[in-house]
Design a protein around this ligand. Structure first.
Ligand SMILES: C[S@@+](CC[C@H](N)C(=O)[O-])C[C@H]1O[C@@H](n2cnc3c(N)ncnc32)[C@H](O)[C@@H]1O
Length: 449
């Protein structure tokens, strides 16, 4: 049995059985197995592609098996999904995909399950990928058709549709869903004062002045990354941190707070910006294990910024009118980062939005209390869901009345980026994978009068 397929199946099993994150577990398994570059690439495509397109493959499997997928043993269903990806989306030879899948099924199921896998896969091989597509889409139309075709839960398709419509970009929904199914290239940040884009031997990113894009290869092989002078970071995240640090000139001695800092990516960039301008950053993270990651991310600084472990919703009472700049990179559904977290779309449920939006409102309210009059606060999410973005900001503006004002965030970012971002109307920034090749990051700068 090919080790690449075994690894892909193990990761997919762990994602389902123990809520593992594929993007964290897979690199560990690949490194341990010492696969060749080609085999590691094959395992990666198999794992991520299967997880992303799971909804679509389930529809194919249900048709081929003549039963709904909830009536198939979960590990056997995982084997079938893996095979579907090879048969319908990759150029794997059919006999290899079928035979190896049957071998995999033997390791996780009974003899009868092995026969079942063989039968279902033989049925799938009798039609082309295009014929299966036609069968799956059948007479579906509208959002349901897009959900099936691009393998997204229907509620997420509808949330994206509403967020695009709010910008008059209704016609871009297919492009957005498609972009979620393509693995992004690795994006790096060169921490100012510690590294440079030139040193990273990568292409300068189009928008972030401190960003670089790798064409391929393992970023951990780069010395600046290993030393913590440069980091893997989505370009949208870089722009969110820079929108705050460069919103206006820094006065030496300013106090900055990153309220929800774990695992520390934006804190590291803010700390570098603070160091260069004489400001003092404090990071805060509720979850102790994640606060440790923040300390690790900040270890390159001497002295390293303090890391607190407070509940951010209490910061307004414990530190009223205390900070010149505050970043609230709020806990969110992460719907804007689906291309980087292949299984995430199947884990989220609509009630997550309701729970998180309450927390987001409380964090924003606390942050505004902790902001000095005249200070700048950046409210950021890596989700474009309106209930986590504009609705939260509008709620805070309503509550605070004339005491809080929006800052024209697109205007601020236009002074930061190399290329114009081509944003919609309004004072917020909504980045999009299909337009900017970034996560769908939302950024709103606010000031307290
Ligand atoms: C979107 S992540 C932040 C990502 C981070 N800014 C970065 O760039 O690496 C949100 C973080 O908020 C933390 N969090 C959740 N509830 C919190 C609270 N009540 N107070 C402070 N942090 C909280 C989560 O544990 C999570 O680490």
């Amino acid at each position: 049995m090919q080790p690449a397929r075994r690894i892909a199946l193990d990761v997919i099993l762990a994602v389902r059985e123990s809520d593992a994150y594929a993007n964290l577990l897979l690199p560990v398994r690949l490194q341990r197995a010492k696969l060749s570059t080609a085999d590691a690439g094959f395992a990666t495509e198999l794992t991520y592609g299967t997880l992303r397109r799971q909804g679509y493959y389930d529809a194919v499997i249900a048709l081929a098996a003549g039963r709904t997928v909830d009536r198939i043993d979960a590990p056997i269903l995982d084997v079938l999904r893996l095979a579907c990806h090879q048969l319908l989306s990759m150029r794997t030879a059919q006999h290899a995909a079928v035979d190896e899948s049957v071998q995999l099924a033997k390791t996780v199921g009974s003899n009868s399950a092995t026969g079942f896998v063989n039968g279902v896969l033989r049925t799938i091989t009798r039609s082309t990928a295009d014929e299966w597509r036609k069968r799956v889409l059948g007479d579906l139309d509208g959002d349901a058709r897009l959900a099936a075709e691009f393998s997204h839960p229907l509620w997420i398709v509808r949330a994206f549709k509403a967020a695009l419509a709010a910008e008059g970009r209704d016609s871009e929904l297919e492009n957005l869903l498609e972009a979620d199914n393509v693995a992004p290239r690795v994006s790096l940040v060169a921490l100012p004062g510690f590294s440079t884009v030139e040193e990273l031997d990568a292409y300068p990113s189009p928008f972030s002045p401190v960003g670089a894009t790798l064409d391929g290869g393992d970023p951990l092989q780069l010395e600046p990354v290993r030393a913590g002078r440069a980091r893997v970071q989505d370009e949208g995240s870089q722009l969110a941190a820079l929108a705050l640090s460069r919103a206006r000139p820094v006065v030496a001695g300013e106090t900055w707070l990153d309220l929800c800092a774990g695992p520390g990516g934006k804190s590291a960039l803010l700390a570098a910006e603070a160091r260069a301008s004489g400001a003092v950053l404090t990071a805060n993270e509720l979850v102790p294990a994640r606060a440790e990651l923040v300390r690790k991310a900040l270890a390159v600084f001497d002295p390293a910024p303090e890391v607190w472990e407070l509940d951010g919703t209490t910061i307004g009472d414990s530190h009223p009118d205390a900070f010149d700049r505050i970043l609230i990179d709020a806990p969110c559904t992460g719907l804007g980062a689906l291309r980087r977290r292949p299984e995430a779309r199947w884990r989220k449920v609509p009630r997550d939005v309701a729970h998180l939006s309450g927390l987001q409102s409380n964090l924003l309210d606390a942050g505004l209390k902790a902001l000095k009059p005249g200070g700048v606060l950046a409210y950021v999410t890596c989700s474009p869901h309106l209930a986590e973005t504009k609705v939260i900001v509008e709620g805070a503006l309503k509550k605070w009345g004339a005491a809080v004002e929006r800052i024209d965030t697109p205007a601020v970012l236009s002074t930061v980026t190399g290329e114009p971002l081509d944003l919609g109307d309004g004072q917020h920034v909504q980045l999009w994978p299909h337009r900017h090749s970034t996560d769908a990051m939302f950024i709103q700068l606010l000031t307290k009068v």
